[in-house]
Design a protein around this ligand. Structure first.
Ligand SMILES: C[S@@+](CC[C@H](N)C(=O)[O-])C[C@H]1O[C@@H](n2cnc3c(N)ncnc32)[C@H](O)[C@@H]1O
Length: 212
């Protein structure tokens, strides 16, 4: 669901030091932007930002880039970020299908958290683990490809496993109940809501060796 537009939305977004208005300017230079050579992780569909902010706080030696397509959603993440003092996170408002224009073999890990399931077959291409997105992601990774996905939706989870296998990924971990695993975890907003309802969370950690 799309949240209501905030009155001063544009002002909040454009005045934030965490917001990259023209992210393509940093293509191939994100380490310069962060001012270090620490690994960079990307989250697509950051929602209201709880995961990326929690991760950036927990791991100050890892850099984080967050992508969100909806303005009325990213503004809420930016409002939270503006109350923090972090130097390892930036967010941008783009559709993930444009990421090859912005990131060039720079990230170590991609996080996909509670991505929209797009249940109708005719919309399958919009799922963030469809073949066309996996092809885009190949060019974002610095070395081997590494995707971590969490979702409540078992059909999206099954689809993702199938697509990742077709694309040459192998699995470090597949779980149908993240809460019962010994896995380091930062909750997202959706995850929090599902957990309160007693729903299980699916989790996968997949890697693909990319030959250069
Ligand atoms: C179901 S919400 C989950 C939000 C958050 N990750 C969480 O777990 O609480 C999915 C989010 O992904 C964003 N999104 C969906 N497709 C996207 C795309 N192609 N590029 C960037 N963001 C996208 C949506 O706008 C939405 O905010």
């Amino acid at each position: 669901m799309r949240p209501r537009r905030m009155k001063n939305q544009n002002e909040i977004i454009n005045n934030s030091k965490y917001y990259l208005a023209n992210p393509a300017e940093y293509k191939g230079k994100f380490n310069e932007l962060f001012g270090n050579n620490n690994p960079i992780r990307l989250e697509i569909g950051i929602g209201k930002g709880d995961f990326i902010i929690g991760m950036a706080e927990k791991y100050p030696d890892i850099n984080f880039l967050g992508v969100e397509v909806q303005e009325s959603v990213i503004v809420r993440a930016i409002k939270k970020l503006d109350n923090k003092k972090l130097d390892n996170v930036y967010v941008m408002m783009v559709n993930a299908d444009k990421l090859s224009d912005i990131i060039d073999h720079e990230i170590d890990t991609l996080h996909l958290n509670f991505s929209d399931p797009w249940p109708k077959t005719r919309h399958a291409k919009r799922r963030l683990t469809s073949e066309s997105f996996l092809n885009i992601y190949d060019n974002l990774f610095k070395g081997d490809a590494h995707i971590i996905q969490k979702t409540d939706n078992i059909l999206l989870f099954a689809y993702s496993i199938e697509e990742l296998v077709k694309h040459g990924y192998k699995f470090n971990k597949v779980s149908l109940d993240l809460a019962n695993e010994d896995i380091d975890n930062v909750e997202t907003e959706y995850e929090h809501k599902f957990k309160l309802k007693g729903e299980r969370i699916n989790y996968l950690d997949a890697v693909k060796c990319i030959r250069k």
